[in-house]
Design a binder for this molecule. Structure first.
Ligand code: BGC
Length: 362
């Protein structure tokens, strides 16, 4: 069985009856929860293989679940917008939900904005690609757009659920793409669309002013020196900078130079989570950037590396632990949470996306 077929099978097999995609069905710390960030990329991967049985319906069901989860929180969003002063992180919408769409009772690094933007982006991609209607989407798009328009400027945890006190470039890129998608979907009231457009411009200006390092590539967070592979998303797919724009090109080159090793990609140099291994989904993101820039051979090498990380049964892990940035920190995570999350559905989703970019079908 090809890894495309296997990936579709893993994702479909674990999709909850509610439509939610669990991040990793067996991993202690993720079990029972669905993330908007992971799920949006997983749905995009599935949607791109719409010829496969049940693929369009599966992605639509995920988006319908998101629409319910976000739409149900309209009252919370309006209360946050109406209340004077900036809300505290604890009052904001969660990052992950139980498969039933509840907030969940386990502690988490919960205030992250990127997932709401990534979901809007993936919803717009899926509906445009297949011409499907997602139940509840119009209301939820309005809620998510109002939420992001009001709060995009707040610091929050990043893709890796770290550094609450920073404004992360990848997060801002996801919000930028999400608000553009919301405007494009054409369901926002005029005043909301206008406010969203102003936020879109302000985000782009802020990143240009504080998110680009003197060497010309995007930074991990505004004003900082570090780089982070998550910022690849600001080029492809979020399109804040085109692949041939000097900032887009410099960003991809810098991430590859600093963080890619033999086909795998580290998150950032200081990473200590499970010793800081190479992430399968980031190989997919870098390959996707290469593919869009016309470097198909480089892209194919990342796809191959991803496939080579599958277990004998065809499951892709979150990260691989052979090349570690902080080897002395691996065991503490194994003791705390067990072996690396496998399968990680987001890894499979990124495999599906890159395979599609390269025309690799089942
Ligand atoms: C990662 C997140 C991811 C989550 C679920 C965390 O360890 O840092 O990026 O969304 O796992 O897969």
């Amino acid at each position: 069985m090809s890894l495309v077929t296997r990936s579709l099978e893993v994702i479909r097999g674990h999709q909850a009856p509610t439509g939610a995609y669990p991040a990793s069905p067996t991993f202690s710390a993720y079990r029972g929860y669905s993330w908007l960030r992971d799920g949006a990329f997983i749905a995009e991967g599935v949607s791109r293989h719409g010829d496969a049985e049940g693929a369009v319906e599966g992605a639509t069901a995920f988006h319908a679940w998101c629409a319910r989860v976000v739409g149900d929180r309209a009252g919370q969003v309006e209360a946050l917008i109406a209340r004077p002063g900036a809300p505290s992180p604890a009052e904001m919408l969660p990052t992950r939900f139980t498969l039933d769409g509840l907030d969940g009772t386990d502690e988490w690094w919960d205030f992250q904005l990127d997932g709401y933007g990534t979901w809007l982006w993936a919803l717009a991609e899926h509906t445009a690609r297949h011409g499907v209607t997602v139940p509840g989407a119009d209301k939820a798009v309005r809620v998510a757009a109002r939420y992001l328009t009001a709060f995009w400027h707040l610091p929050c945890y990043d893709w890796w659920e770290e550094h609450l006190d920073r404004r992360h470039v990848a997060t801002l890129g996801a919000v930028h793409a999400g608000l553009r998608a919301a405007v494009r979907l054409g369901v926002l009231p005029a005043a909301d669309a206008e406010a969203a457009r102003r936020a879109i411009s302000a985000i782009a200006e802020l990143i240009a002013a504080e998110g680009v390092a003197p060497a010309g590539h995007l930074r991990k967070w505004l004003g900082g020196d570090a780089v982070d592979a998550s910022v690849l998303s600001c080029v492809v797919p979020f399109g804040l900078y085109a692949p041939d724009h000097p900032v887009g090109a410099a960003t991809v080159a810098e991430i590859e130079r600093r963080l890619a090793v033999g086909g795998g990609v580290h998150r950032y140099l200081e990473d200590t989570f499970y010793g800081g291994g190479r992430w399968v989904l980031l190989a997919g993101l870098l390959g996707w950037n290469h593919a869009r820039a016309g470097r198909r051979e480089e892209a194919a090498r990342y796809l191959e590396w991803m496939a080579a990380q599958a277990t004998p049964s065809g499951d892709l892990p979150e990260q691989v632990s052979d090349v570690l940035l902080a080897p002395e920190r691996l065991q503490e995570w194994v003791d705390r949470w067990g072996p690396v999350a496998t399968p990680l559905l987001w890894s499979h989703g990124m495999y599906l996306i890159l395979a599609d970019e390269l025309g690799v079908r089942p």
